[in-house]
Write a protein that binds this ligand. Structure first.
Ligand code: 13P
Length: 226
Protein backbone atom coordinates (compact mmCIF):
# COMPACT_ATOMS: atom_id res chain seq x y z
CA UNK A 1 0.00 0.00 0.00
CA UNK A 2 1.40 3.42 -0.84
CA UNK A 3 1.66 6.20 1.66
CA UNK A 4 -1.39 8.02 0.23
CA UNK A 5 -3.71 5.03 0.67
CA UNK A 6 -2.46 4.50 4.22
CA UNK A 7 -2.99 8.19 5.09
CA UNK A 8 -6.56 7.97 3.74
CA UNK A 9 -7.21 4.79 5.75
CA UNK A 10 -5.96 6.55 8.89
CA UNK A 11 -8.20 9.60 8.42
CA UNK A 12 -11.15 7.30 7.67
CA UNK A 13 -10.54 5.25 10.85
CA UNK A 14 -10.23 8.42 12.97
CA UNK A 15 -13.45 9.88 11.61
CA UNK A 16 -15.28 6.58 12.22
CA UNK A 17 -13.79 6.46 15.72
CA UNK A 18 -15.56 9.70 16.62
CA UNK A 19 -18.68 9.24 14.47
CA UNK A 20 -19.49 5.95 16.23
CA UNK A 21 -19.14 7.52 19.69
CA UNK A 22 -16.03 5.51 20.53
CA UNK A 23 -14.12 8.74 21.09
CA UNK A 24 -14.87 12.42 21.36
CA UNK A 25 -13.22 15.73 20.47
CA UNK A 26 -9.52 15.70 19.67
CA UNK A 27 -8.75 12.96 22.20
CA UNK A 28 -7.10 9.84 20.84
CA UNK A 29 -4.54 9.25 18.11
CA UNK A 30 -3.58 6.66 15.51
CA UNK A 31 -0.36 5.42 13.92
CA UNK A 32 0.63 3.02 11.14
CA UNK A 33 3.99 1.54 10.26
CA UNK A 34 5.71 2.54 7.01
CA UNK A 35 8.98 1.24 5.55
CA UNK A 36 11.38 3.44 7.50
CA UNK A 37 9.25 4.64 10.42
CA UNK A 38 5.59 5.34 10.92
CA UNK A 39 2.77 7.78 10.21
CA UNK A 40 0.95 9.36 13.16
CA UNK A 41 -2.00 11.71 13.53
CA UNK A 42 -1.15 15.37 14.27
CA UNK A 43 -1.77 16.74 17.76
CA UNK A 44 -4.99 18.58 18.61
CA UNK A 45 -6.52 18.66 15.13
CA UNK A 46 -10.27 17.86 14.98
CA UNK A 47 -10.78 14.66 12.99
CA UNK A 48 -13.47 16.27 10.78
CA UNK A 49 -10.88 18.81 9.63
CA UNK A 50 -8.07 16.27 9.24
CA UNK A 51 -6.90 15.51 5.70
CA UNK A 52 -4.42 12.86 4.54
CA UNK A 53 -1.78 15.59 4.09
CA UNK A 54 -2.01 16.43 7.82
CA UNK A 55 -0.73 12.99 8.87
CA UNK A 56 2.84 13.25 10.18
CA UNK A 57 5.70 10.97 8.99
CA UNK A 58 8.03 10.13 11.90
CA UNK A 59 11.18 8.19 12.59
CA UNK A 60 11.53 5.98 15.66
CA UNK A 61 13.97 8.56 17.09
CA UNK A 62 11.22 11.21 17.28
CA UNK A 63 12.22 13.17 14.18
CA UNK A 64 9.32 14.21 11.97
CA UNK A 65 8.56 15.96 8.70
CA UNK A 66 5.97 18.44 7.50
CA UNK A 67 4.10 21.42 8.91
CA UNK A 68 2.04 19.59 11.55
CA UNK A 69 3.32 18.58 15.01
CA UNK A 70 2.89 14.88 15.78
CA UNK A 71 0.53 13.52 18.45
CA UNK A 72 1.73 14.20 21.98
CA UNK A 73 1.64 10.39 22.37
CA UNK A 74 4.18 9.71 19.59
CA UNK A 75 6.44 7.99 22.17
CA UNK A 76 4.08 5.11 22.87
CA UNK A 77 3.24 4.78 19.18
CA UNK A 78 6.98 4.57 18.39
CA UNK A 79 7.79 2.20 21.26
CA UNK A 80 4.86 -0.16 20.59
CA UNK A 81 5.59 -0.36 16.85
CA UNK A 82 9.32 -0.86 17.58
CA UNK A 83 8.76 -3.67 20.09
CA UNK A 84 5.81 -5.37 18.38
CA UNK A 85 6.71 -6.56 14.89
CA UNK A 86 3.43 -8.55 14.95
CA UNK A 87 1.33 -5.36 14.60
CA UNK A 88 1.42 -2.43 12.18
CA UNK A 89 -1.13 0.00 13.64
CA UNK A 90 -1.74 1.50 17.10
CA UNK A 91 -5.00 3.21 18.05
CA UNK A 92 -5.56 5.17 21.26
CA UNK A 93 -8.97 6.48 22.32
CA UNK A 94 -10.89 7.70 25.36
CA UNK A 95 -13.93 5.46 24.89
CA UNK A 96 -16.43 6.04 27.71
CA UNK A 97 -16.84 2.56 29.23
CA UNK A 98 -13.23 1.39 28.93
CA UNK A 99 -12.10 4.73 30.37
CA UNK A 100 -14.58 4.40 33.25
CA UNK A 101 -12.94 1.09 34.22
CA UNK A 102 -9.48 2.65 33.71
CA UNK A 103 -10.43 5.43 36.14
CA UNK A 104 -10.67 2.69 38.79
CA UNK A 105 -7.55 0.89 37.47
CA UNK A 106 -9.80 -2.14 36.84
CA UNK A 107 -8.50 -4.65 34.27
CA UNK A 108 -11.13 -6.56 32.29
CA UNK A 109 -11.07 -10.22 33.41
CA UNK A 110 -12.31 -13.22 31.41
CA UNK A 111 -15.91 -12.61 32.51
CA UNK A 112 -16.90 -13.14 28.84
CA UNK A 113 -15.20 -15.31 26.22
CA UNK A 114 -14.70 -12.37 23.80
CA UNK A 115 -11.90 -11.09 26.08
CA UNK A 116 -9.84 -13.66 24.13
CA UNK A 117 -9.89 -11.32 21.10
CA UNK A 118 -7.29 -9.18 22.88
CA UNK A 119 -4.95 -12.19 23.10
CA UNK A 120 -5.27 -13.61 26.62
CA UNK A 121 -7.35 -14.05 29.79
CA UNK A 122 -7.23 -10.38 30.87
CA UNK A 123 -7.16 -6.96 29.29
CA UNK A 124 -4.66 -5.31 31.62
CA UNK A 125 -4.78 -1.74 32.92
CA UNK A 126 -1.47 0.14 32.78
CA UNK A 127 -0.60 2.39 35.76
CA UNK A 128 -1.23 6.11 35.34
CA UNK A 129 1.51 8.40 34.01
CA UNK A 130 1.31 11.89 32.47
CA UNK A 131 0.15 11.95 28.85
CA UNK A 132 3.01 12.05 26.36
CA UNK A 133 5.59 10.84 28.90
CA UNK A 134 8.16 8.08 28.50
CA UNK A 135 6.75 6.54 31.71
CA UNK A 136 3.31 6.21 30.08
CA UNK A 137 4.91 4.58 27.05
CA UNK A 138 6.85 2.11 29.24
CA UNK A 139 3.67 1.21 31.16
CA UNK A 140 1.72 0.72 27.92
CA UNK A 141 4.37 -1.54 26.35
CA UNK A 142 4.41 -3.70 29.51
CA UNK A 143 0.59 -3.91 29.75
CA UNK A 144 0.43 -4.98 26.09
CA UNK A 145 2.86 -7.87 26.46
CA UNK A 146 1.22 -10.86 24.76
CA UNK A 147 -1.92 -8.77 24.16
CA UNK A 148 -3.46 -6.60 21.49
CA UNK A 149 -5.25 -4.17 23.80
CA UNK A 150 -4.89 -2.59 27.22
CA UNK A 151 -6.48 0.09 29.36
CA UNK A 152 -4.47 3.12 30.51
CA UNK A 153 -5.13 4.08 34.14
CA UNK A 154 -7.17 7.29 34.48
CA UNK A 155 -6.75 7.89 30.76
CA UNK A 156 -8.23 5.54 28.10
CA UNK A 157 -7.30 2.49 26.05
CA UNK A 158 -4.95 1.26 23.33
CA UNK A 159 -5.81 -1.31 20.63
CA UNK A 160 -3.37 -2.82 18.11
CA UNK A 161 -3.88 -4.38 14.71
CA UNK A 162 -2.40 -5.10 11.32
CA UNK A 163 -4.21 -2.07 9.84
CA UNK A 164 -5.92 1.09 11.17
CA UNK A 165 -9.34 -0.48 10.42
CA UNK A 166 -8.43 -3.65 12.36
CA UNK A 167 -7.14 -1.67 15.35
CA UNK A 168 -10.40 0.30 15.33
CA UNK A 169 -12.43 -2.94 15.15
CA UNK A 170 -10.62 -4.30 18.20
CA UNK A 171 -11.15 -1.01 20.09
CA UNK A 172 -14.90 -1.34 19.38
CA UNK A 173 -14.85 -4.88 20.83
CA UNK A 174 -12.91 -3.78 23.94
CA UNK A 175 -15.34 -0.91 24.51
CA UNK A 176 -18.30 -3.33 24.18
CA UNK A 177 -16.66 -5.68 26.71
CA UNK A 178 -16.08 -2.77 29.09
CA UNK A 179 -19.75 -1.79 28.84
CA UNK A 180 -20.86 -5.39 29.49
CA UNK A 181 -18.44 -5.73 32.40
CA UNK A 182 -19.73 -2.53 34.02
CA UNK A 183 -23.28 -3.88 33.62
CA UNK A 184 -22.35 -7.28 35.04
CA UNK A 185 -20.68 -5.62 38.04
CA UNK A 186 -24.07 -4.21 39.02
CA UNK A 187 -24.90 -7.72 40.31
CA UNK A 188 -21.49 -8.17 41.94
CA UNK A 189 -18.13 -9.39 40.57
CA UNK A 190 -19.03 -11.91 37.82
CA UNK A 191 -17.37 -15.35 37.63
CA UNK A 192 -14.40 -15.64 35.26
CA UNK A 193 -13.56 -18.31 32.71
CA UNK A 194 -10.49 -20.45 33.43
CA UNK A 195 -7.23 -19.67 31.59
CA UNK A 196 -7.48 -23.06 29.81
CA UNK A 197 -10.91 -22.13 28.48
CA UNK A 198 -9.58 -18.84 27.10
CA UNK A 199 -6.73 -20.79 25.44
CA UNK A 200 -9.36 -23.08 23.91
CA UNK A 201 -11.35 -20.06 22.71
CA UNK A 202 -8.24 -18.46 21.15
CA UNK A 203 -7.42 -21.74 19.34
CA UNK A 204 -11.00 -22.09 18.08
CA UNK A 205 -11.14 -18.46 16.96
CA UNK A 206 -7.92 -19.04 14.99
CA UNK A 207 -9.21 -22.19 13.32
CA UNK A 208 -12.48 -20.59 12.31
CA UNK A 209 -11.23 -17.10 11.42
CA UNK A 210 -13.62 -15.82 14.08
CA UNK A 211 -13.13 -12.11 14.73
CA UNK A 212 -11.23 -11.77 11.45
CA UNK A 213 -11.89 -8.03 11.28
CA UNK A 214 -9.54 -7.41 14.22
CA UNK A 215 -6.81 -9.47 12.55
CA UNK A 216 -7.13 -8.22 8.97
CA UNK A 217 -8.07 -10.04 5.78
CA UNK A 218 -4.91 -12.09 5.28
CA UNK A 219 -4.83 -13.63 8.73
CA UNK A 220 -5.52 -17.20 9.69
CA UNK A 221 -7.22 -16.16 12.89
CA UNK A 222 -7.21 -13.69 15.69
CA UNK A 223 -5.23 -12.28 18.53
CA UNK A 224 -2.04 -14.31 18.43
CA UNK A 225 0.05 -13.50 21.47
CA UNK A 226 3.75 -13.16 20.62
P1 13P B 1 -2.97 14.40 20.77
O1 13P B 1 -4.02 15.35 20.19
O2 13P B 1 -1.67 15.12 21.04
O3 13P B 1 -2.82 13.17 19.92
O4 13P B 1 -3.45 13.95 22.21
C1 13P B 1 -4.69 13.34 22.45
C2 13P B 1 -4.64 12.37 23.57
O5 13P B 1 -5.57 11.59 23.70
C3 13P B 1 -3.50 12.33 24.51
O6 13P B 1 -3.49 11.16 25.26
Amino acid sequence: MDDGDLRRDMVDACRRMNATGLNQGTSGNLSARTGAGFLVTPTSLPYDAMEPGDIVPMGFDGTYEGPRRPSSEWRFHADILATRPDVDSVLHCHSPHATTLACHHRPIPAFHYMVALAGGPTIRCAPYATFGSQALSDHAVAALEGRRACLLGQHGMIALGPTPAAALALAVEVEALARLYLGALALGEPPVLADEEIERVIARMRRRGYGRTVEGDDAEGVARPR
